[in-house]
Design a protein around this ligand. Structure first.
Ligand code: S3P
Length: 445
């Protein structure tokens, strides 16, 4: 774990014109290791995000007997097929800060009758697990949890798991993926009816690897069917940059002074690109070029220029595909002309911190006018927002809050001390170096 640090900022970023690459996609990196561990043979990946969250996934799989090596920049996973983990009773798995790892790995344990202990750090141990426990119990898994159904969890799988039919109504890729992972190791056909389509990297990667998974579109829903206990072969992957990381560079460029950035080779999967759709509606100058399909995922170069932005009434149907970008989007809205409204954000308070409440609190602290009501927020934007005071911001150990406030401080002035910023390393270890590269001045203490 990185040593704790705070970030001090007391100067705005100057005009810049740069070309950058952001770190590899976090969701795809986690899935590479988890899916390759179920494949037959050696899978290979380039461009893996080596952040703390992903390192927890690698270490968890190693504990389950999976051989993983890094050779000349490539990660190699030696898969032995479905249900091939080498387990012993009472094995404990530490998921650190990663909700994705915690929710996904429990699905893979469906067919092991041994006991496992699953736990995370202080923040992860507060986050809901019932969303995966309920469907996994139907497969025949057994869970002992805290009263609030959070971690630490003691679980055991079943010798004879049974396939299920599930209606996914949260709009959560983690829940969907956990069920898909359990289904792969369960005989028969599992069906998931997805009401609010969420990121589909699990489905894309499994199809790319040749697994037995089918998707049908029925009206607005996706019907995913998985035929279990069908082995699939190992695969090679090239992992693009993470749009959730690119989002901070898109925002700092839009809010900066006459600046331009090209972010190369970013994943622009249509279940992830809500931030781009929303910013374009806000009149942002954004273009995507060089669009290609690489290993089952859509990738492109994003070009952004500083822009005069308009407020937005954000359509609710864009929430699942924008879910991790709301903190930085709200920073952008604080500088757009007019009042922006974001609603249907219940899930935001279930992330690494209660993000909706926290952004609202920070905006109040720095003097950005907001109105928070249940799961909606109105942000009163001001294109001339000029912060002059000193602000000590508690990021509550939430990486995306720390990076969003970094962008606010760089573009709106003031003296900022962003506390507990070391959480940035859970998702984007190159963030500070890349910010330095485009000219941001800061000190970390
Ligand atoms: C993720 C899914 C999202 C997202 C998280 C990563 C994934 O969570 O917020 O950062 O990789 O599946 P939910 O599925 O809970 O919305």
């Amino acid at each position: 774990m990185t040593k704790s640090f705070s970030i001090l900022i007391n100067k705005k970023i100057k005009k810049f014109n740069k070309v950058i690459h952001v770190d590899g996609d976090k969701s795809i990196s986690h899935r590479f290791f988890l899916i390759a561990s179920q494949a037959c043979g050696i899978s290979k990946a380039l461009g893996i995000l080596e952040s703390e969250d992903v390192l927890h996934t690698i270490n968890s799989l190693k504990k389950l007997g999976v051989k993983i090596l890094k050779k000349r920049g490539h990660f190699l996973v030696y898969g032995n097929g479905l249900s091939s983990f080498k387990t012993k009773n009472k094995l404990s798995i530490n998921c650190g800060n990663s909700g994705t790892l915690a929710r996904l790995i429990v699905g893979l344990l469906v067919s092991y009758p041994n006991k496992f202990k699953i736990f995370g750090d202080k923040s992860l141990n507060k986050r809901p697990m019932d969303r995966v426990i309920l469907p996994l119990e139907k497969f025949g898994m057994n869970f002992q949890t805290t009263k609030k159904r959070t971690m630490p969890i003691i679980l055991s799988g079943s010798n004879m798991p049974i396939p299920i039919s599930h209606e996914e109504k949260i709009g959560s890729a983690q829940v969907k993926s956990s069920i898909i992972f359990a289904a792969l190791n369960t005989p028969g056909i599992t069906k998931i009816k997805e009401f609010y389509p969420s990121r589909n990297h699990t489905e894309n990667m499994l199809k790319y690897a040749g697994a037995n998974l089918k998707i049908k579109k029925i009206n607005q829903h996706n019907l995913i069917s998985i035929t279990g206990q069908k082995d699939f072969k190992s695969f090679n992957l090239s992992i693009p940059g993470d749009i959730s990381s690119a989002a901070f560079f898109i925002a700092i460029t839009l809010l900066g002074y006459k600046s331009k950035i090209k972010i190369k080779n970013v994943n622009i999967n249509s279940t992830r690109n809500g931030i781009i759709e929303i910013l374009i509606k806000m009149k942002a100058n954004i273009k995507i070029i060089n669009i290609k399909n690489i290993c089952g995922e859509k990738v492109g170069d994003i070009i952004v220029k500083s822009s005069k932005l308009k407020s937005i009434n954000c359509p609710k149907n864009l929430v699942p595909k924008t879910i991790d970008e709301f903190p930085i989007l709200m920073v952008v809205a604080a500088r757009a002309a007019g009042i922006s409204t974001f609603s249907g954000l219940k899930e935001l308070n279930k992330k690494e911190s209660p993000r909706l409440n926290l952004i609202n609190k920070i905006f109040k602290q720095v003097g950005v006018k907001t109105k928070l009501k249940n799961d909606s927020i109105k942000i009163y934007g001001n294109p001339n927002l000029d912060l002059k005071k000193s602000y000590k911001i508690d990021s509550m150990y939430d990486h995306r809050i720390a990076m969003s406030i970094f962008c606010l401080a760089q573009t709106c002035g003031g003296n900022f001390n962003i506390l507990k910023s070391h959480s940035i390393n859970t998702s984007f270890p190159s963030f500070l170096d890349l910010m330095k590269k485009i000219g941001a001045k800061y000190e970390s203490i």
